[in-house]
Design a protein around this ligand. Structure first.
Ligand code: G4P
Length: 551
């Protein structure tokens, strides 16, 4: 697939935008959802509107990828699909839209979380029949940490689903996120007739088309819908009554609250039949946050700061297996980025010339001439960049790092061949630096093997594969029976103060901070009850300026 229209306007010779114009027209978002909610389908429809792909099916080569085994060939193939959906940029209605994709279920890893650190907005996609699902909740929590604005798209309205009011109530009560439905469904499943656009009051009719075909969207006033009998009176009546109820509940579409991540505009639609996707995209572009100031060590950095700055949020090795390359994904935060620019690397103080910055669109790459806040560029990474690193021009800027997220899978990493210890050590240290996996250590110094900690099984498989292929050390994983990790706020002193703890294991992280591992949430809650003064955190505080402990 190619990005015919992508940055054309921004990069065409002679049509260079001013920084303010470029920022004003940019919107950047990630979709958060549980597998099967319809993310691939929605992405594809959005790209079709943007003219970035010409036909349906270009994104979706997924059916056969579903049954993934842990065989590396399959793994590579699977990584292929997560890579083909890494950053998608398209132009639509005068805007440049960057869709930062978070990979799907099987390759769920810390990358998924880190990508959200680069997003200014999130679209939470739900299946109308299922409502909130586990992966969506986890990703939502990460968005909440940064108060990212959330737009909700309730999908699959063409199929029998749960009551819309119940779905809204679930989001409000379980996520603590106030909802403001932008449209409201008329009927559902077999009797789904369309939506009422709450702001114009229009009825948008859903006309069923053959599976896979685009549904027609006809707009009528409520009076016309009544007069023409386009919608059964009782369905229209019910929808209007529910809307009244919502109006009575009092929430208003307050953009400030939307941008603070406290109020979510909600849309109902059906990605597969393409119903409600265009109105969603139009409203999203109107209501979403443009690239915002990001926190740096000296306070927020305005995207309109003339000099370029950005940070690395993701590293990907072997994106192209033929070249065994490594790419660092950089989110542009301020200024105009230009090819061949000389920048400073904040952590090391080194000066680097960025001669081959790339634009990544799915599997395609092209050398990028310029980029603006909200965009993502790919840089070749010969081991120089780590997650969270800042690049800048001019006065020094250092962005807040990206935190380590609470791992859920823990495994001893055994090296069965002591003579390969040097390579083993090098591999573990480098992969940790790269952010491929978190590394923990036993507090008992005689147990020297590292404990790998990950948020997804794929991370462990990738580490094992890479240790063998890139460092020549076959390893063995030995799972530890824990599933929850918590950092002790206050460090070793705070931990010692509470005395002996039961039903958990104390380990240390790469910065010698105490981490408690629990078998399950129940044990965690038990400990919290027994020791109310012990403060625990699911996210590791960001460290800067301290070198981690190597294996
Ligand atoms: P994901 O990326 O979130 O995992 O979901 P994906 O888009 O692959 O969609 C999962 C399944 O849900 C697909 O069906 C897709 O066609 C279907 N789907 C997506 N949006 C809608 C919708 O609005 N209405 C209905 N009825 N179905 C929808 P599948 O059978 O698994 O795949 P396929 O046979 O369509 O390829």
């Amino acid at each position: 697939m190619t990005s015919s229209s992508s940055t054309a306007a921004a990069s065409a010779p002679g049509s260079t935008l001013s920084l303010a114009e470029a920022v004003a027209r940019r919107r950047n978002f990630a979709i958060i959802s549980h597998p099967d909610a319809g993310k691939t389908t929605l992405t594809e429809k959005l790209l079709l509107y943007g003219g970035a792909i010409q036909q349906a099916g270009a994104v979706k080569a997924k059916g056969e990828q579903r049954k993934v085994t842990s065989d590396w060939m399959e793994l590579e193939k699977q990584r292929g699909i997560s890579i083909t959906s890494t950053v998608l940029q398209f132009d639509y209605a005068g805007n440049t839209v960057n869709l930062l994709d978070t990979p799907g279920h099987q390759d769920f890893s810390e990358d998924t979380y880190r990508t959200l650190a680069a997003a200014d907005n999130a679209v939470m996609l739900e299946d109308a029949a299922k409502g909130l699902e586990p992966q969506t909740r986890k990703l939502f929590e990460v968005c909440r940490l940064r108060r990212v604005p959330i737009f909700t798209f309730i999908n699959k309205m063409d199929r029998p689903g749960r009551e819309p009011l119940e779905l809204i109530d679930e989001i409000e009560s379980e996520l603590g996120l106030t909802c403001w439905p932008v449209n409201w469904p008329i009927g559902s499943g077999d009797r789904f007739r369309g939506v009422i656009d709450r702001r114009s009051g229009d009825v948008i009719l859903f006309e069923r088309a053959e599976r896979g075909k685009q549904a027609a969207e006809r707009r009528l006033s409520v009076a016309q819908a009544r007069a023409t009998g386009a919608v059964e009176p009782e369905l229209l009546h019910q929808a209007l009554e529910e809307l009244e109820l919502l109006d009575g509940a009092g929430a208003e579409l307050d953009l400030e609250l939307v941008h603070a991540g406290e109020l979510s505009p909600v849309f109902f639609g059906s990605a597969m039949t393409n119903f409600g996707v265009r109105p969603f995209l139009d409203a999203f572009l109107e209501l979403a946050q443009r690239p915002v100031a990001r926190s740096g060590s000296d306070g927020p950095v305005d995207p309109l700061r003339e000099e370029f700055s950005g940070f690395v949020f993701k590293l990907q090795a072997n994106m192209d297996p033929r070249h065994r390359d490594r790419i660092a994904f950089v989110r542009v935060c301020s200024g105009r980025f230009e090819k061949d620019m000389t920048v400073r690397h904040a952590r090391t103080g080194k000066t680097i010339r960025l001669s081959r910055p790339q634009k990544l669109f799915g599997a395609d790459r092209e050398v990028v001439e310029d980029a603006y806040p909200g965009d993502v560029i790919g840089l070749n990474n010969p081991g120089m960049f780590a997650i969270g690193d800042t690049l800048y021009v001019g006065r020094k800027v250092e962005y807040e790092g990206i935190p380590c997220f609470s791992p859920e899978i823990f495994s001893w990493l055994r090296n069965p061949n002591p003579s390969a210890f040097k390579s083993f050590r090098k591999g573990v240290n480098e992969l940790r630096e790269e952010g491929a996996v978190q590394v923990l250590y036993d507090t008992d110094a005689s147990k020297r093997d590292p404990i790998l900690a990950a948020v997804g099984q794929l991370q462990l498989e990738v580490v094992q594969y890479r240790l063998e292929n890139e460092y020549g050390v076959p390893t063995r994983l030995e799972p530890l029976g824990y599933s929850v990790a918590r950092w002790v706020v206050g460090g070793w002193g705070a931990l010692e103060a509470v005395g002996r703890l039961f039903n958990c294991k104390t380990v240390r992280d790469a910065w010698d901070r105490p981490v408690l591992l629990f078998k399950n949430d129940w044990n965690l809650h038990q400990l919290a009850e027994d020791h109310p003064r012990l403060e625990l955190s699911a996210v590791a505080p960001v460290v800067s300026g301290v070198e981690p402990i190597a294996l």
